[in-house]
Design a protein around this ligand. Structure first.
Ligand code: CA
Ligand code: CA
Ligand code: CA
Ligand code: CA
Length: 358
């Protein structure tokens, strides 16, 4: 090789590296121009390595909000229960739980109980638990294995119908099938499921969220966007598309969906735009007008990327969560480097990032 050839090669290599860096940073800037919120703290890492943490649910303890809980799935192992400071208080190695949700106020005999439901990929079943109010731990309450008949169970969310007091679990299959089951009190103080409605999406679903007060169900289709339909068990299934990937607002996969409930039916709908590490925000009331997007950057704990499940509450919790709490799964838990976990974001961080009224 002559020295001029090797010089040309070095120059070419430098040019290639430089142009790749420029292209890379330009793409990054274009994708990630959303304003930043910061997490206040994080949970302990899950026990499983790899892609394992998936979906959180927040339980606000009415007797003492300071001892509220965050329940999170480890989709290789089971459920974890955390305090608001992120410490692990209970680990239930009950199966590959993918998504989790909960509702207060289910009538079980004379008691009103908080029911936690999770989609169990080991059994294609719904796992049900109570929150024991005295110990703030989960106790199994399902009437045996509540098999669904689905073959690749995936996403899950719950719905409580305020007028009737009836409660429901929505579950989906990777093939697009959706089922709506009603919770029913069974003899012996256990809870069973009764299938009340079925429908289907064209493509793979996962995340969903029901708006109890307004009666809507929001369902994501990972590759394409998300839809709104009536959550009522006897309603016709009419899928109204709210937003789509490729809109500049959502980048596949469309993952977790959750609702920040303000008074009078106002508030926000949050959707994880997993493909560009962001969250899209819409008005809670239909037609769910788009409000903005944000990301979660480095702060007291490392920033958040490639989020699966989310949950948000507007109920006041101890500082810094006095305006509510957003919990998100974090794909890369980097400081210190550890298995995946969940990050806890004060709602006022989201409100500030998007300049929301409340
Ligand atoms: Ca993941
Ligand atoms: Ca997914
Ligand atoms: Ca991170
Ligand atoms: Ca997921």
């Amino acid at each position: 090789m002559t020295s001029s050839t090797s010089l040309r090669r070095v120059a070419l290599a430098v040019l290639l590296v430089t142009s790749q860096t420029l292209v890379g940073s330009a793409a990054y800037a274009a994708r990630n121009d959303a304003p930043l919120a910061q997490a206040a703290l994080e949970t302990e890492p899950v026990a499983s390595r790899g892609d394992a943490a998936d979906d959180p649910a927040i339980w606000v303890n009415p007797a003492d909000p300071a001892v509220s809980l965050v329940i999170g799935t480890d989709k290789s192992r089971g459920l974890n229960v955390y305090r608001l400071d992120g410490t692990l208080v209970q680990s239930l190695p009950d199966g590959r739980m993918n998504n989790v949700d909960l509702r207060d106020g289910f009538a079980l005999g004379e008691r009103r109980v908080t029911v936690v439901a999770a989609s169990d990929r080991d059994r294609d079943a719904v796992a049900l638990y109570l929150v024991a109010p005295d110990t703030q731990t989960l106790v199994g309450i399902g009437d045996g294995v509540l098999a669904t008949g689905l073959t690749r169970i995936y996403g899950l969310c719950m719905y409580a119908e305020p007028a009737s007091g009836r409660q429901f679990v929505f579950v989906n299959d990777k093939d697009g099938r959706y089922q709506q089951h009603e919770l029913e009190a069974r003899p012996g103080g256990r809870i069973g499921l009764r299938l009340v409605r079925e429908f289907r999406l064209a493509r793979q679903p996962e995340g969903c969220a029901a708006d109890d007060e307004l009666g809507w169900l929001y369902v994501g289709e990972e590759a394409t966007g998300f839809y709104r339909l009536s959550a009522a068990p006897d309603a016709a299934v009419t899928l109204d598309r709210v937003d789509r990937t490729g809109s500049g607002r959502l980048v596949a996969d469309v993952e977790g969906i959750s609702i920040y409930r303000a008074s009078g039916g106002e508030g926000y709908l949050l959707v994880s735009s997993q493909g560009d590490d962001a969250y899209a925000v819409y008005r809670r009331r239909p037609p769910n007008e788009y409000v903005g997007r944000f990301r979660i950057g480095d702060g007291a704990v490392d920033g958040v990327t490639s989020t699966d499940g989310i949950d948000v509450t507007s109920r006041p919790l101890p500082a810094p969560f006095t305006e509510g709490l957003l919990v998100v799964q974090d794909d890369r838990n980097t400081s210190p480097r550890a298995p995946q976990n969940f990050k806890l974001v004060p709602w006022n961080e989201v409100r500030r990032a998007l300049a929301l009224d409340r």
